[in-house]
Design a binder for this molecule. Structure first.
Ligand SMILES: O=P(O)(O)OC[C@H]1O[C@H](O[C@H]2O[C@H](CO)[C@@H](O)[C@H](O)[C@H]2O)[C@H](O)[C@@H](O)[C@@H]1O
Length: 269
């Protein structure tokens, strides 16, 4: 990737910043991947640039697989919109109340109960290095950094099969398996909902994982339908990021320095 290529791609956003939307994934994009989900944070230099981008562009939103409140805590900027749980929650700029998708929220007790039963059946999870992140209607089983990651993944897969037998749907991310309700949702629908009808000419989305492919597709569909003049899809590559994200992107950047270079280019006078 050359500086010229980055400059050309973001030119439609810089041409009319008030009519441009900047949409960013959190983990693996703004916040580098960490061993424990609870220790992720956005580096202060990235946060500083993002604050400036939020002041200049029509809309800046974080679109995350985290709960919306967790995404806001990790990013640490109140003046952005936060879409959480892969598009099923929104915490609008400065808001206290989270808006949730009712059909997904209704599953929370059942998904929690299934997860609780599954976890109780394996008292060796701690020893195996498997942890469960409780995201309400989505329960995420993590194994990054387990003493034997392959063995831990096999146990997670077995738990996933049992969750499927109970009617849940599985979704695999970067060393995480999510147990989800059988309700259709994805980041693509979320970005369309954020951008469509908002008077935006151009939108940029940056992400690192498979769920971000839906967001790429959602923006591109808006272009095909005439709802946007330009969509720019950026892959953030590091460690175990899936190659198909880079393959589908207009541009690939490397890790935290890479996403900062995109934010810097958006801010160039
Ligand atoms: O859509 P995102 O904002 O990228 O969220 C995707 C998942 O991110 C988190 O898990 C990932 O990051 C962890 C911290 O770096 C890492 O330990 C884990 O291996 C990664 O899968 C988060 O914990 C999940 O809930 C999100 O769905």
């Amino acid at each position: 990737m050359t500086d010229d290529r980055l400059a050309d791609l973001v030119a439609p956003l810089r041409a009319a910043p008030d009519r441009a939307a900047v949409l960013l994934d959190v983990d693996g994009t703004l916040a580098p991947i960490t061993r424990h989900a609870g220790s992720a944070e956005v580096p202060p230099p990235t946060r500083g640039l993002l604050t400036e981008v939020a002041a200049r562009f029509g809309m800046v939103a974080c679109v995350s697989g985290r709960r919306a409140v967790d995404a806001r805590r990790i990013v640490g900027i109140g003046s952005l919109h936060y879409v959480g749980n892969h598009g099923t929650e929104i915490l609008r700029r400065g808001a206290r109340e989270i808006e949730t998708t009712p059909a997904v929220a209704a599953w929370e007790p059942r998904v929690r109960e299934i997860a609780r039963t599954l976890l109780a059946s394996r008292p060796d999870l701690d020893r195996l290095g498997i942890s469960c992140e409780d995201k309400g209607p989505i329960q995420a089983l993590h194994w990054r950094g387990a003493p034997d990651e392959a063995a831990a993944e096999a146990v997670v897969d077995e738990l996933g099969e049992r969750a499927e037998a109970e009617g849940l749907v599985l979704h695999r991310g970067r060393m995480v398996l999510e147990l989800r309700p059988p309700v259709a949702f994805d980041k693509g629908a979320a970005v369309r909902w954020l951008v469509a009808g908002g008077g935006y000419d151009a939108a940029l989305y940056a992400g690192d994982d498979r769920t971000d492919l839906d967001a790429f597709a959602g923006l591109r569909r808006l272009v095909d339908e005439g709802g946007l003049a330009a969509a720019i899809c950026v892959a953030v590559r590091d460690g175990d990021a899936p190659a198909e994200v880079s393959a589908a992107a207009d541009l690939t950047v490397d890790g935290s320095p890479g996403i900062r270079s995109v934010l810097q280019e958006l801010l160039r006078p």
